[in-house]
Design a protein around this ligand. Structure first.
Ligand code: CP
Ligand code: NVA
Length: 302
């Protein structure tokens, strides 16, 4: 593994598979109550510029499971909030902890941190990528389907940070992405090009119904990501018709699953009926954040 995990491109296809295998092993150990304190004596600093439920708690509980320790750091409480430079903070924290996870508005903040940190830096979500989420998503899909190769995943809604990371995942796994986003909300063009150059099969569709046709999995995320709040009204208008409804689900394979990275906005990107329905696997998906990130930590700092 490379030192840092800022996007999925920091690992290759084999390393991603190794992380998923390790996640499966750790999940089984936890389920049977077998201690797996592989990171005893290690600590993880976690800096959150934005809100978080899953990322924060799964990393913190995960470090505890592994016999290590996690520190939640709010930038406003750090000297960062009073103007201390990122590069100074990175160098100092590196002297205390074994790894640093950051959730930041700008991806460049995480890159700058990684440049000056001598310990691994993990992206806990930025404006352009959410690689830890997609590790958990792959684990969840792998549990449901015998192989990811050839799996048709429809991405419906905003071509955001999670979608960008899914593009790279498609290149590594052989999953086919069927994307339906309103005009102007497609995923990042540079990341799309990079994913296609690595063999990702990606097709774009004008409507959610078309994208969902014969899909094995349907995935959506919020219409207003953190940092986009000022565009809320404009986005709500643009995304009309891009809700995952029961009618959209009915277009997919009969045993198709529905994914959402959460938090969900019922009545916007997904209906209550679909989110709470029998094809929704969002709670397993959320749980798998824990197992996938524990595996990532073991690979990076054991
Ligand atoms: N999916 C996800 O990253 O959730 P949180 O924002 O709660 O961490
Ligand atoms: N795309 C969402 C994901 C939240 C976990 C956001 O960036 O807010």
């Amino acid at each position: 593994m490379k030192k840092d995990f800022l996007t999925l491109l920091d690992a290759d296809a084999t390393e991603i598979e190794d992380i998923l295998d390790e996640a499966g092993r750790l999940k089984a150990l936890r389920a049977e109550g077998t201690p797996h304190t592989l990171l005893a004596g290690k600590s993880l600093a976690m800096i959150f510029e934005k809100a978080s439920t899953r990322t924060r708690v799964s990393f913190e509980a995960g470090m505890h499971d592994l016999g290590g320790h996690a520190l939640f750091l709010n930038p406003h409480d750090l000297q960062l909030g009073r103007g201390e430079m990122l590069r100074d903070t990175a160098r100092v924290l590196s002297r205390y902890v074994s790894a640093i996870m950051i959730r930041a508005y700008k991806h460049s903040t995480i890159e700058e941190f990684a440049k000056y940190s001598s310990v691994p830096v993990i992206n806990g979500l930025s404006d352009i990528a959410h690689p830890c989420q997609v590790l958990a998503d792959l684990l969840t899909l792998r549990e449901r389907f015998s192989s990811l190769e050839g799996l048709r995943l429809a991405w419906i809604g905003d071509g955001n940070n999670v979608c960008n990371s899914m593009l790279i995942a498609a290149a590594y796994t052989g999953m086919e992405l069927r994307i339906a986003c309103p005009p102007g909300y497609n995923p990042d063009a540079g990341i799309l090009e990079e994913a296609r150059a690595r063999g990702a099969k990606v097709a774009f569709f004008a409507t959610p119904e078309e994208a969902a046709e014969d899909a094995h999995a349907l995935y959506t995320d919020v219409w207003v990501s953190m940092g986009n709040e000022a565009e809320r009204e404009e986005r709500l208008r643009a995304f009309q018709g891009y809700t995952i409804t029961s009618d959209v689900v009915a277009r997919a394979e009969p045993d198709a699953v529905v994914l959402h990275c959460l938090p969900a906005h019922r009545g916007e990107e997904i209906t209550e009926e679909v989110l709470e329905g029998p094809q929704s696997i969002v709670w397993d998906q959320a749980e798998n954040r824990l197992h996938a990130q524990k595996a990532l930590l073991v690979k990076l700092i054991r």
